[in-house]
Design a protein around this ligand. Structure first.
Ligand SMILES: CC(C)(COP(=O)(O)OP(=O)(O)OC[C@H]1O[C@@H](n2cnc3c(N)ncnc32)[C@H](O)[C@@H]1OP(=O)(O)O)[C@@H](O)C(=O)NCCC(=O)NCCS
Length: 160
């Protein structure tokens, strides 16, 4: 599937919120936090420290976004905060393409390592496999972090 990657724009917000609401992995609380990050990246990326990219398909339909930013008080570490692909477009390579585009932007901005954290719950099995397929290494696993039985799994990729 041919996709185009570009900066996230204010006009994408409605479609983006629809993706968040239709992603069963995300809780209402997570959607609210994601929206704050998105708004920061749309309104004032340099001061908020949040940046976002969008992917659209060959018909110009908004199908995915990724948000990332420098980790405060570090020199070269960046976090990938949110990544979601519209459900009917998942598993066609869009997530991997968008992740690589964000890694390129991070490297261009001087970042040398990217971090992604996710849940250890079974419903995130595919998501965790997606990260390891994309060369992220599990470097930390904190049992019961989010809730009893819900670990925090931290992944790192050295860029460049
Ligand atoms: C996790 C997520 C971002 C991955 O994005 P995606 O576009 O679905 O992922 P990709 O298509 O790039 O890769 C997924 C799989 O498809 C395979 N794939 C890639 N290109 C493909 C193609 N053209 N045809 C068929 N399969 C393909 C990849 O090999 C990969 O399989 P593997 O992990 O078993 O090796 C997406 O599924 C999603 O939004 N999930 C729900 C929300 C979420 O969990 N977000 C992350 C936490 S913030």
């Amino acid at each position: 599937m041919a996709i185009k990657i570009r900066k996230l724009l204010k006009k994408d917000k409605t479609a983006l919120m629809e993706i968040l609401h239709n992603t069963p992995e995300f809780t209402a609380e997570e959607v609210a936090v994601a929206e704050e990050v998105i708004d920061g990246s749309l309104d004032k990326p340099q001061t908020s420290g949040y940046f976002s990219l969008a992917a659209e398909n060959e018909d110009g339909v908004f199908i995915s976004f990724i948000s990332y930013g420098p980790v405060p008080m570090t020199q070269h570490a960046w976090d990938i905060y949110w990544l979601a692909v519209k459900r009917e477009f998942q598993w066609h390579g869009t997530g991997a393409t968008l992740l690589k585009a964000a890694e390129k932007k991070i490297a261009q901005a001087g970042g040398t390592m990217a971090f992604i954290e996710t849940s250890g719950k079974a419903q995130y099995d595919r998501t965790r496999r997606f990260y390891t397929t994309n060369d992220y290494q599990e470097i930390c696993n904190i049992p019961d972090f989010y809730a009893p039985g819900d670990a925090k799994v931290l992944y790192q990729k050295i860029l460049g």
